[in-house]
Structure formats: structure tokens, C-alpha cells
Design a protein around this ligand. Structure first.
Ligand code: NDP
Length: 241
């Protein structure tokens, strides 16, 4: 397996940062995108310090034009994009009767439209070469709907369906993988504003596994030979029910 050119969205913390570090350690060139540039630069610093190859780019996935510009710039600089890890996501959980419409919209914007913007940006390049790999970081929430997770799970069911849709529409050279993590250590729950959902999350997160565990699954899918497409990986903490 040669070096791949990989764009990881939401690479400034958590699963995205761990994935960027793991794929760089595997010998790939990783482009790390997110909004918090200083955090991206820290991750790139860690990658470079151990001999890896990485670069940071400013990216807000809710901006379709910006996403396209980032992908086009990667292709212009490196000649191709081999893998898009569509990982950026937000999870401001709350019950539906809390009526937090702005947070619902934010989840749809990042978790659904952000993924679609990535596909719109990357797919023309994948199609032109007949080769490419979309890795979507969905969630165990793509398979279950716990209380407070109706909208979040809705966005992750959508991410699952969109990724599967790309698979069935694509030629064999274009591979898709949906990764569905269970509870994982990251900053994801820090942005929950609803007190009921915050309290519920404390016990839930006690079983969290490290982000490197999810990165290892993504690296497994990325490392398969071209004729092998790992369509979906569900990774829960062993203690999660
Ligand atoms: P973090 O909060 O640690 O990371 C989320 C990342 O998304 C950050 O890098 C953040 O960067 C980025 N992000 C948020 N909004 C945008 C945006 N508009 N444009 C670009 N980047 C954005 O959480 P996780 O690592 O846990 O989350 C990564 C993915 O994993 C998400 O899709 C999440 O739904 C999924 N997931 C996580 C689980 C968990 O238990 N942790 C379980 C199942 C799925 P910045 O703010 O700098 O832009």
C-alpha cells in the first residue's frame, strides 16, 4: 500500500485528531481541516515531530464553497485526493420537547450538510480518476435512538443512508466506509447545553473508549487493498449496552 493523500474533517480534536495521527503514522499524507486553527497546528506539530506528513487547513464544513475550495487545493497541490474522512460533527443533545430549534439546525448543518458538502467537493475528483474512498464517521446513533438523541440520531441515520447511497451509485473503484462509534473520549459532549441531557451523559461516558480505538478501525478500512471495501464498522466499548 503506497502513501495516500487523505483529508480529515474535524481533525482539531477527538476522533478526527486521533485519525489524522494514526493515518500519518501509517505513512499517509494527511490534510487536517476544522475551524480551530491553533488546535489543528498542535496536531500537525505532533505528527511532524514523529516523522509524519501533515498540514492544516481552515475548513468550516457548513460552507459548501469553502469545502470545495479546500478539496480543489489539495488536488492542485498533491495531484489527487485518495481518501476523505468526513468526521466533523456536533452533538448538542436534548429532548424534542425542549424545542431547541437552533441546535437542531446546527446538527443538520454540520452532520448532514457538512457530509454532503464533502461529497460534492470530493466526488468529481474521485469520478475523474475512477478511484476514491469516503469514510463517514456516523455513530452508533445511526442504529439506535436513545432519549435526547432524536435529532442527533436523525442526522446520523442520514449520514449512514447518504454514504450507502454513494456506494450503490458508484463504480467499483470508489469505496465507502461508514464507521459507527459507540461512546468515545472526545470533546463532543462538552457542547451539550441542555441540563437534562448533560446529566444523562455523565454516566454514559464512564465506559468511553479512547479516540485511538476508532482511528484504528478507520486505518483498517483505509488499509485494505483496492478490491476490498469495508462498508461498515460498528465499534462500541465492551461495557456499552
Ligand atoms: P469532538 O468535539 O472532539 O470533535 C468534533 C470535531 O468536529 C472537531 O474537530 C470540530 O472542530 C469539528 N467541527 C465541528 N463543527 C465543524 C464545522 N462546522 N466545520 C468543520 N469542523 C467542525 O468530538 P468527536 O471526536 O467525538 O466527534 C467526531 C465525530 O465522531 C462526530 O461526527 C461525532 O458525531 C462522531 N461520534 C462521536 C462519538 C463519541 O462518543 N465521541 C460517538 C459516535 C460518533 P472545530 O470546532 O475546530 O471546527
Amino acid at each position: 500500500m503506497g502513501q495516500k493523500i487523505v483529508l480529515v474533517t474535524g481533525a482539531s480534536s477527538g476522533i478526527g485528531a486521533a485519525t489524522a495521527e494514526r493515518l500519518a503514522a501509517d505513512g499517509h499524507h494527511v490534510v487536517l481541516g476544522a475551524r480551530r486553527r491553533e488546535r489543528l497546528d498542535e496536531v500537525v506539530g505532533r505528527i511532524v515531530a514523529v516523522g509524519g506528513s501533515g498540514q492544516a487547513v481552515d475548513l468550516d464544513v457548513t460552507d459548501a464553497d469553502a469545502h470545495r475550495a479546500v478539496v480543489d487545493a489539495v488536488v492542485a497541490e498533491h495531484g489527487r485526493l485518495d481518501v476523505l474522512v468526513a468526521n466533523a460533527g456536533v452533538m448538542p443533545l436534548s429532548r424534542l420537547d425542549a424545542g431547541r430549534v437552533d441546535e437542531w439546525r446546527h446538527m443538520v448543518d454540520v452532520n448532514v450538510l457538512g457530509l454532503l458538502h464533502g461529497i460534492a467537493a470530493a466526488l468529481p475528483h474521485f469520478t475523474e480518476r475512477g478511484v476514491g474512498h469516503l469514510v463517514t464517521v456516523a455513530s452508533i446513533g445511526a442504529h439506535e435512538v436513545p432519549p435526547t438523541s432524536a435529532v442527533y440520531s436523525g442526522t446520523k441515520f442520514a449520514a449512514w443512508a447518504i454514504t450507502e447511497g454513494l456506494r450503490v451509485e458508484s463504480p467499483a473503484g470508489i469505496r465507502v466506509t461508514t464507521v459507527c462509534p459507540g461512546v468515545t473520549t472526545s470533546e463532543l459532549a462538552d457542547h451539550i447545553t441542555d441540563p437534562h441531557a448533560r446529566d444523562a451523559m455523565v454516566a454514559y461516558r464512564a465506559s468511553a473508549i479512547p479516540a485511538s480505538s476508532i482511528a484504528a478501525s478507520i486505518a483498517f478500512a483505509v488499509g485494505q487493498p483496492p478490491e476490498v471495501d469495508v462498508n461498515e464498522i460498528i465499534v462500541r466499548p465492551a461495557a456499552q449496552r
